[in-house]
Design a protein around this ligand. Structure first.
Ligand code: PMT
Length: 401
Protein backbone atom coordinates (compact mmCIF):
# COMPACT_ATOMS: atom_id res chain seq x y z
CA UNK A 1 0.00 0.00 0.00
CA UNK A 2 2.78 2.43 0.97
CA UNK A 3 4.60 1.81 -2.28
CA UNK A 4 1.65 2.83 -4.44
CA UNK A 5 0.68 5.62 -2.04
CA UNK A 6 4.14 7.19 -2.43
CA UNK A 7 4.67 6.58 -6.14
CA UNK A 8 5.67 9.85 -7.84
CA UNK A 9 4.85 11.84 -4.72
CA UNK A 10 7.04 14.87 -4.08
CA UNK A 11 8.39 14.71 -0.55
CA UNK A 12 10.46 17.44 1.06
CA UNK A 13 12.56 16.00 3.84
CA UNK A 14 13.61 18.62 6.38
CA UNK A 15 16.65 17.55 8.37
CA UNK A 16 17.45 19.37 11.61
CA UNK A 17 20.37 19.24 14.02
CA UNK A 18 20.39 15.99 15.96
CA UNK A 19 22.37 12.79 16.02
CA UNK A 20 19.42 10.97 14.39
CA UNK A 21 20.21 12.98 11.22
CA UNK A 22 22.51 10.13 10.20
CA UNK A 23 19.40 7.90 9.82
CA UNK A 24 17.79 10.44 7.49
CA UNK A 25 20.14 9.47 4.67
CA UNK A 26 18.69 5.96 4.82
CA UNK A 27 15.21 7.48 5.05
CA UNK A 28 15.80 9.25 1.72
CA UNK A 29 16.76 5.94 0.14
CA UNK A 30 13.71 4.18 1.57
CA UNK A 31 11.34 6.93 0.41
CA UNK A 32 12.81 6.71 -3.09
CA UNK A 33 12.52 2.90 -3.06
CA UNK A 34 8.81 3.41 -2.29
CA UNK A 35 8.53 5.53 -5.43
CA UNK A 36 8.77 9.07 -4.01
CA UNK A 37 10.83 11.95 -5.37
CA UNK A 38 12.73 13.51 -2.48
CA UNK A 39 14.31 16.92 -2.02
CA UNK A 40 16.25 17.60 1.15
CA UNK A 41 16.28 20.86 3.08
CA UNK A 42 18.82 21.05 5.92
CA UNK A 43 19.08 23.50 8.79
CA UNK A 44 22.51 24.90 9.55
CA UNK A 45 22.74 22.69 12.66
CA UNK A 46 21.94 19.59 10.59
CA UNK A 47 24.97 20.25 8.40
CA UNK A 48 27.13 19.92 11.52
CA UNK A 49 26.02 16.29 11.81
CA UNK A 50 25.85 15.13 8.17
CA UNK A 51 27.17 16.89 5.06
CA UNK A 52 24.81 18.12 2.34
CA UNK A 53 26.89 16.05 -0.07
CA UNK A 54 25.64 12.85 1.59
CA UNK A 55 22.02 13.87 1.00
CA UNK A 56 22.79 15.04 -2.51
CA UNK A 57 24.24 11.61 -3.26
CA UNK A 58 21.29 9.65 -1.84
CA UNK A 59 18.54 11.94 -3.19
CA UNK A 60 20.16 12.59 -6.59
CA UNK A 61 19.14 16.25 -6.18
CA UNK A 62 20.82 19.43 -4.98
CA UNK A 63 20.36 19.96 -1.24
CA UNK A 64 18.83 23.20 0.01
CA UNK A 65 20.38 24.81 3.06
CA UNK A 66 19.93 28.55 2.87
CA UNK A 67 17.01 30.95 2.59
CA UNK A 68 19.13 33.82 1.38
CA UNK A 69 21.29 32.09 -1.21
CA UNK A 70 20.56 33.99 -4.47
CA UNK A 71 21.81 31.11 -6.62
CA UNK A 72 19.60 28.55 -4.86
CA UNK A 73 16.65 30.95 -4.95
CA UNK A 74 17.11 31.38 -8.70
CA UNK A 75 17.00 27.58 -9.16
CA UNK A 76 14.23 26.56 -6.76
CA UNK A 77 13.41 29.10 -4.08
CA UNK A 78 11.40 28.54 -0.95
CA UNK A 79 8.09 29.31 -2.64
CA UNK A 80 8.82 26.96 -5.53
CA UNK A 81 9.83 24.23 -3.07
CA UNK A 82 6.70 24.86 -1.02
CA UNK A 83 4.55 24.47 -4.15
CA UNK A 84 6.48 21.42 -5.40
CA UNK A 85 5.84 19.46 -2.18
CA UNK A 86 3.04 16.91 -1.85
CA UNK A 87 4.14 16.49 1.79
CA UNK A 88 6.84 17.89 4.07
CA UNK A 89 8.42 15.58 6.63
CA UNK A 90 10.84 16.99 9.22
CA UNK A 91 12.99 14.08 10.44
CA UNK A 92 14.66 14.35 12.81
CA UNK A 93 12.66 17.21 14.31
CA UNK A 94 14.68 18.76 17.14
CA UNK A 95 13.08 20.51 20.14
CA UNK A 96 14.26 23.76 18.57
CA UNK A 97 12.47 23.24 15.24
CA UNK A 98 9.29 22.10 17.01
CA UNK A 99 9.32 25.38 18.96
CA UNK A 100 9.97 27.44 15.83
CA UNK A 101 7.22 25.64 13.87
CA UNK A 102 4.77 25.95 16.77
CA UNK A 103 5.35 29.69 16.94
CA UNK A 104 5.25 30.31 13.21
CA UNK A 105 8.83 31.50 12.93
CA UNK A 106 10.36 31.86 9.49
CA UNK A 107 14.01 32.37 10.30
CA UNK A 108 15.53 29.80 7.96
CA UNK A 109 14.64 27.99 4.75
CA UNK A 110 12.95 25.01 6.40
CA UNK A 111 10.62 26.94 8.72
CA UNK A 112 9.82 29.43 5.95
CA UNK A 113 8.78 26.78 3.48
CA UNK A 114 6.74 25.02 6.20
CA UNK A 115 4.74 28.24 6.50
CA UNK A 116 4.56 28.72 2.74
CA UNK A 117 3.36 25.24 1.81
CA UNK A 118 -0.21 23.96 1.57
CA UNK A 119 1.03 20.36 1.65
CA UNK A 120 0.54 18.25 4.79
CA UNK A 121 3.31 18.68 7.36
CA UNK A 122 4.66 15.84 9.50
CA UNK A 123 7.38 15.81 12.14
CA UNK A 124 9.41 12.92 13.56
CA UNK A 125 10.74 14.21 16.89
CA UNK A 126 14.11 13.01 18.18
CA UNK A 127 15.68 14.24 21.39
CA UNK A 128 16.75 13.29 24.89
CA UNK A 129 13.86 11.80 26.90
CA UNK A 130 13.88 14.57 29.54
CA UNK A 131 13.68 17.19 26.81
CA UNK A 132 10.78 15.29 25.19
CA UNK A 133 8.89 15.32 28.50
CA UNK A 134 9.59 19.01 29.18
CA UNK A 135 6.32 20.98 29.44
CA UNK A 136 7.56 23.48 26.84
CA UNK A 137 8.10 20.70 24.30
CA UNK A 138 4.80 19.03 25.23
CA UNK A 139 2.96 22.33 24.71
CA UNK A 140 4.65 22.93 21.35
CA UNK A 141 3.80 19.41 20.15
CA UNK A 142 0.16 19.65 21.18
CA UNK A 143 -0.13 23.07 19.52
CA UNK A 144 1.23 21.56 16.31
CA UNK A 145 -1.12 18.56 16.59
CA UNK A 146 -4.11 20.86 17.12
CA UNK A 147 -3.15 22.57 13.86
CA UNK A 148 -3.20 19.24 12.05
CA UNK A 149 0.55 18.54 11.95
CA UNK A 150 1.14 14.78 12.02
CA UNK A 151 3.56 13.70 14.75
CA UNK A 152 5.30 10.41 14.03
CA UNK A 153 6.85 8.91 17.16
CA UNK A 154 9.14 9.24 18.94
CA UNK A 155 10.03 5.62 19.72
CA UNK A 156 11.01 4.34 23.13
CA UNK A 157 14.42 2.75 23.72
CA UNK A 158 18.16 3.36 24.09
CA UNK A 159 19.20 6.91 23.33
CA UNK A 160 22.44 8.25 21.88
CA UNK A 161 23.01 10.10 25.17
CA UNK A 162 23.11 6.77 27.03
CA UNK A 163 19.67 7.12 28.59
CA UNK A 164 16.54 5.01 28.04
CA UNK A 165 13.08 6.30 27.28
CA UNK A 166 10.90 8.06 24.72
CA UNK A 167 12.78 10.28 22.29
CA UNK A 168 14.33 8.10 19.56
CA UNK A 169 13.44 8.96 16.00
CA UNK A 170 11.25 6.26 14.43
CA UNK A 171 13.14 3.90 12.12
CA UNK A 172 13.20 4.89 8.42
CA UNK A 173 10.84 2.10 7.32
CA UNK A 174 8.27 3.08 9.95
CA UNK A 175 8.48 6.68 8.77
CA UNK A 176 7.98 5.61 5.16
CA UNK A 177 4.84 3.75 6.25
CA UNK A 178 3.56 6.82 8.11
CA UNK A 179 4.27 9.18 5.19
CA UNK A 180 2.47 6.73 2.88
CA UNK A 181 -0.47 6.94 5.30
CA UNK A 182 -0.74 10.69 4.56
CA UNK A 183 -1.81 9.77 1.03
CA UNK A 184 -3.09 6.22 1.38
CA UNK A 185 -6.65 4.98 1.76
CA UNK A 186 -8.33 5.71 5.08
CA UNK A 187 -9.64 2.27 6.00
CA UNK A 188 -12.13 3.46 8.64
CA UNK A 189 -13.53 6.33 6.57
CA UNK A 190 -17.23 6.69 7.31
CA UNK A 191 -17.10 4.35 10.34
CA UNK A 192 -18.18 5.31 13.88
CA UNK A 193 -15.83 4.11 16.59
CA UNK A 194 -16.26 4.14 20.38
CA UNK A 195 -13.15 3.64 22.54
CA UNK A 196 -13.02 3.41 26.33
CA UNK A 197 -9.84 4.42 28.15
CA UNK A 198 -8.35 4.98 31.58
CA UNK A 199 -9.37 3.68 34.99
CA UNK A 200 -12.68 3.92 36.81
CA UNK A 201 -13.01 5.12 40.40
CA UNK A 202 -15.42 3.50 42.83
CA UNK A 203 -16.10 5.64 45.89
CA UNK A 204 -15.78 4.32 49.44
CA UNK A 205 -16.66 7.64 51.04
CA UNK A 206 -16.52 11.29 49.91
CA UNK A 207 -12.68 11.30 49.85
CA UNK A 208 -11.58 7.73 49.07
CA UNK A 209 -12.02 5.40 46.13
CA UNK A 210 -10.90 2.06 44.66
CA UNK A 211 -9.09 2.41 41.33
CA UNK A 212 -6.10 1.14 39.34
CA UNK A 213 -2.94 2.32 37.58
CA UNK A 214 -4.33 2.90 34.08
CA UNK A 215 -3.02 6.18 32.64
CA UNK A 216 -5.34 6.14 29.61
CA UNK A 217 -2.38 6.29 27.20
CA UNK A 218 -3.23 3.08 25.30
CA UNK A 219 -6.90 4.01 24.86
CA UNK A 220 -6.09 7.59 23.82
CA UNK A 221 -3.54 6.28 21.29
CA UNK A 222 -6.24 3.98 19.86
CA UNK A 223 -8.66 6.88 19.55
CA UNK A 224 -6.01 8.93 17.70
CA UNK A 225 -5.13 6.00 15.43
CA UNK A 226 -8.81 5.40 14.58
CA UNK A 227 -9.18 9.11 13.79
CA UNK A 228 -6.11 8.94 11.51
CA UNK A 229 -7.73 5.98 9.76
CA UNK A 230 -10.67 8.25 8.91
CA UNK A 231 -13.17 7.23 11.64
CA UNK A 232 -15.56 9.44 13.56
CA UNK A 233 -14.32 8.72 17.10
CA UNK A 234 -15.99 8.91 20.51
CA UNK A 235 -13.70 8.44 23.50
CA UNK A 236 -15.20 7.56 26.88
CA UNK A 237 -12.56 8.15 29.50
CA UNK A 238 -12.13 7.61 33.20
CA UNK A 239 -10.11 10.18 35.19
CA UNK A 240 -6.75 10.70 33.42
CA UNK A 241 -4.29 13.55 32.93
CA UNK A 242 -4.22 13.47 29.12
CA UNK A 243 -5.26 15.92 26.44
CA UNK A 244 -8.02 14.82 24.10
CA UNK A 245 -6.58 13.89 20.69
CA UNK A 246 -7.65 16.64 18.25
CA UNK A 247 -10.72 15.70 16.24
CA UNK A 248 -11.92 13.14 18.81
CA UNK A 249 -15.09 13.69 20.91
CA UNK A 250 -14.65 12.84 24.57
CA UNK A 251 -17.03 11.98 27.40
CA UNK A 252 -15.52 12.00 30.90
CA UNK A 253 -16.83 9.55 33.49
CA UNK A 254 -15.73 8.41 36.90
CA UNK A 255 -17.38 5.10 37.82
CA UNK A 256 -17.94 1.86 35.91
CA UNK A 257 -21.68 2.54 36.10
CA UNK A 258 -21.21 5.94 34.45
CA UNK A 259 -18.94 4.42 31.80
CA UNK A 260 -21.54 1.75 31.09
CA UNK A 261 -24.27 4.37 30.63
CA UNK A 262 -22.07 6.63 28.46
CA UNK A 263 -21.15 3.69 26.19
CA UNK A 264 -24.77 2.55 25.88
CA UNK A 265 -25.76 6.09 24.84
CA UNK A 266 -23.14 6.02 22.05
CA UNK A 267 -23.86 2.55 20.65
CA UNK A 268 -26.44 3.61 18.08
CA UNK A 269 -24.70 3.48 14.68
CA UNK A 270 -21.40 2.35 16.23
CA UNK A 271 -19.36 0.15 13.84
CA UNK A 272 -16.43 -0.63 16.12
CA UNK A 273 -16.16 -0.74 19.91
CA UNK A 274 -12.78 -1.03 21.65
CA UNK A 275 -12.87 -1.61 25.40
CA UNK A 276 -9.42 -0.54 26.54
CA UNK A 277 -10.48 0.96 29.88
CA UNK A 278 -9.41 -0.74 33.08
CA UNK A 279 -12.92 -0.98 34.50
CA UNK A 280 -13.30 -1.88 38.18
CA UNK A 281 -14.98 -5.27 38.42
CA UNK A 282 -16.40 -4.41 41.86
CA UNK A 283 -17.59 -1.34 43.74
CA UNK A 284 -18.21 -0.84 47.46
CA UNK A 285 -21.74 -2.03 48.27
CA UNK A 286 -22.24 1.03 50.46
CA UNK A 287 -20.75 4.47 49.98
CA UNK A 288 -20.37 6.20 53.37
CA UNK A 289 -21.90 9.67 53.41
CA UNK A 290 -19.11 11.03 55.63
CA UNK A 291 -15.38 10.24 55.79
CA UNK A 292 -14.92 6.77 57.29
CA UNK A 293 -13.29 7.03 60.74
CA UNK A 294 -10.33 4.97 61.93
CA UNK A 295 -11.66 2.74 64.74
CA UNK A 296 -11.02 -1.04 64.67
CA UNK A 297 -7.69 -2.78 63.91
CA UNK A 298 -9.30 -4.40 60.88
CA UNK A 299 -12.01 -3.27 58.59
CA UNK A 300 -14.04 -5.12 56.01
CA UNK A 301 -15.50 -3.59 52.89
CA UNK A 302 -18.27 -5.41 51.11
CA UNK A 303 -18.02 -5.18 47.33
CA UNK A 304 -20.61 -5.83 44.66
CA UNK A 305 -20.19 -6.54 40.95
CA UNK A 306 -20.14 -3.75 38.41
CA UNK A 307 -21.86 -4.17 35.04
CA UNK A 308 -19.59 -5.70 32.38
CA UNK A 309 -19.52 -2.97 29.72
CA UNK A 310 -17.70 -5.02 27.11
CA UNK A 311 -19.93 -8.08 27.45
CA UNK A 312 -23.04 -5.90 27.20
CA UNK A 313 -21.76 -4.32 23.95
CA UNK A 314 -20.94 -7.76 22.50
CA UNK A 315 -24.45 -8.97 23.42
CA UNK A 316 -26.22 -6.02 21.77
CA UNK A 317 -28.22 -6.51 18.57
CA UNK A 318 -27.16 -5.18 16.13
CA UNK A 319 -23.68 -5.06 17.57
CA UNK A 320 -20.46 -3.35 16.52
CA UNK A 321 -17.25 -5.23 15.76
CA UNK A 322 -16.20 -5.73 19.38
CA UNK A 323 -12.61 -5.64 20.60
CA UNK A 324 -11.68 -6.25 24.25
CA UNK A 325 -8.47 -6.10 26.19
CA UNK A 326 -7.29 -8.56 28.82
CA UNK A 327 -4.82 -7.23 31.39
CA UNK A 328 -3.03 -10.22 32.87
CA UNK A 329 -0.05 -10.85 35.13
CA UNK A 330 0.22 -14.59 34.29
CA UNK A 331 -0.98 -17.15 31.70
CA UNK A 332 -1.70 -14.30 29.28
CA UNK A 333 -2.91 -16.45 26.43
CA UNK A 334 -5.08 -18.80 28.55
CA UNK A 335 -6.89 -15.97 30.37
CA UNK A 336 -7.23 -13.76 27.28
CA UNK A 337 -8.75 -16.57 25.19
CA UNK A 338 -11.10 -17.41 28.05
CA UNK A 339 -12.29 -13.76 28.16
CA UNK A 340 -12.71 -13.64 24.38
CA UNK A 341 -15.00 -16.69 24.44
CA UNK A 342 -16.92 -15.79 27.60
CA UNK A 343 -17.65 -12.24 26.49
CA UNK A 344 -18.34 -13.20 22.85
CA UNK A 345 -15.72 -10.86 21.30
CA UNK A 346 -14.52 -10.56 17.71
CA UNK A 347 -10.98 -9.93 18.92
CA UNK A 348 -9.10 -9.72 22.20
CA UNK A 349 -5.80 -7.96 22.89
CA UNK A 350 -4.01 -9.75 25.70
CA UNK A 351 -1.75 -7.36 27.60
CA UNK A 352 0.91 -8.63 30.00
CA UNK A 353 0.87 -5.91 32.66
CA UNK A 354 3.24 -4.86 35.42
CA UNK A 355 6.21 -5.02 33.02
CA UNK A 356 8.76 -2.23 32.48
CA UNK A 357 7.86 -2.02 28.77
CA UNK A 358 4.24 -3.12 28.67
CA UNK A 359 0.96 -2.58 30.48
CA UNK A 360 -0.19 0.13 32.85
CA UNK A 361 1.29 3.63 32.94
CA UNK A 362 4.27 3.11 30.59
CA UNK A 363 4.83 4.50 27.08
CA UNK A 364 5.28 1.20 25.27
CA UNK A 365 3.24 -1.96 24.93
CA UNK A 366 3.14 -5.50 23.56
CA UNK A 367 -0.15 -7.19 22.75
CA UNK A 368 -1.20 -10.73 21.92
CA UNK A 369 -4.09 -10.57 19.47
CA UNK A 370 -6.46 -13.51 19.38
CA UNK A 371 -9.48 -13.97 17.13
CA UNK A 372 -11.60 -16.99 16.29
CA UNK A 373 -9.15 -18.65 13.93
CA UNK A 374 -5.78 -17.09 14.58
CA UNK A 375 -3.44 -15.07 16.73
CA UNK A 376 -0.41 -12.77 16.40
CA UNK A 377 1.78 -10.41 18.43
CA UNK A 378 2.07 -6.63 18.12
CA UNK A 379 5.09 -4.77 19.54
CA UNK A 380 6.97 -4.20 21.70
CA UNK A 381 6.72 -0.61 20.46
CA UNK A 382 5.36 2.75 21.55
CA UNK A 383 1.65 2.73 22.44
CA UNK A 384 1.09 5.04 19.44
CA UNK A 385 2.65 2.54 17.09
CA UNK A 386 0.91 -0.47 18.62
CA UNK A 387 -2.37 1.46 18.32
CA UNK A 388 -1.74 2.19 14.62
CA UNK A 389 -1.06 -1.48 13.98
CA UNK A 390 -4.08 -2.67 15.96
CA UNK A 391 -6.38 -0.26 14.12
CA UNK A 392 -4.96 -1.31 10.72
CA UNK A 393 -5.48 -4.95 11.70
CA UNK A 394 -9.06 -4.42 12.89
CA UNK A 395 -9.95 -2.33 9.81
CA UNK A 396 -8.69 -5.14 7.61
CA UNK A 397 -10.79 -7.75 9.44
CA UNK A 398 -13.88 -5.52 9.37
CA UNK A 399 -13.48 -5.06 5.62
CA UNK A 400 -13.64 -8.85 5.19
CA UNK A 401 -16.87 -9.28 7.19
O1 PMT B 1 -4.06 3.08 30.35
P1 PMT B 1 -2.64 2.64 30.19
O2 PMT B 1 -1.76 3.07 31.35
O3 PMT B 1 -2.06 3.01 28.84
O4 PMT B 1 -2.61 1.03 30.26
C1 PMT B 1 -3.23 0.29 29.26
C2 PMT B 1 -4.02 -0.91 29.83
C3 PMT B 1 -3.05 -1.87 30.51
C4 PMT B 1 -5.07 -0.43 30.85
C5 PMT B 1 -4.76 -1.58 28.61
O5 PMT B 1 -3.84 -1.97 27.65
C6 PMT B 1 -5.55 -2.80 29.06
O6 PMT B 1 -5.05 -3.90 29.19
N1 PMT B 1 -6.87 -2.57 29.31
C7 PMT B 1 -7.80 -3.57 29.88
C8 PMT B 1 -7.71 -3.48 31.37
C9 PMT B 1 -8.67 -4.42 32.07
O7 PMT B 1 -9.46 -3.98 32.87
O8 PMT B 1 -8.61 -5.67 31.71
P2 PMT B 1 -9.56 -6.84 32.31
O9 PMT B 1 -8.86 -8.10 31.91
O10 PMT B 1 -9.82 -6.64 33.75
O11 PMT B 1 -10.92 -6.67 31.53
C10 PMT B 1 -11.21 -7.36 30.33
C11 PMT B 1 -12.00 -6.50 29.39
O12 PMT B 1 -13.31 -6.28 29.91
C12 PMT B 1 -11.42 -5.11 29.12
O13 PMT B 1 -11.64 -4.82 27.76
C13 PMT B 1 -12.24 -4.20 30.01
O14 PMT B 1 -12.36 -2.89 29.45
C14 PMT B 1 -13.59 -4.91 30.01
N2 PMT B 1 -14.40 -4.73 31.23
C15 PMT B 1 -13.96 -5.21 32.42
C16 PMT B 1 -14.76 -5.11 33.54
C17 PMT B 1 -16.02 -4.47 33.42
N3 PMT B 1 -16.81 -4.33 34.46
N4 PMT B 1 -16.44 -4.00 32.23
C18 PMT B 1 -15.65 -4.13 31.14
O15 PMT B 1 -16.03 -3.68 30.05
Amino acid sequence: MTESALRQRHIILGVTGGIAAYKSADLVRRLREAGAEVRVVMTRAATEFVTPLTFQAVSGQPVHTSLLDPEAEAAMGHIALARWADAVLVAPASADVLARLAHGQANDLLTTLCLATEAPLAVAPAMNRVMWLHPAVRDNVSLLERRGVAVFGPAVGDQACGEQGAGRMLEPLELVRHVGGLFGPRPLQGRRVVVTAGPTREALDPVRFISNRSSGRMGFALAAAARDAGADVELVSGPVALETPPGVRRTDVETAGEMHDAVQALLDGCDLFIGCAAVADYRPAQVASGKIKKREQQMQVELERNPDILASVAAASPRPFTVGFAAETEDLQGHAEDKRRRKGLDLIAGNLVGQPDSGFDVDSNRLWLRWQDGDCWLGPASKAQVADELIAFVADRMSKE
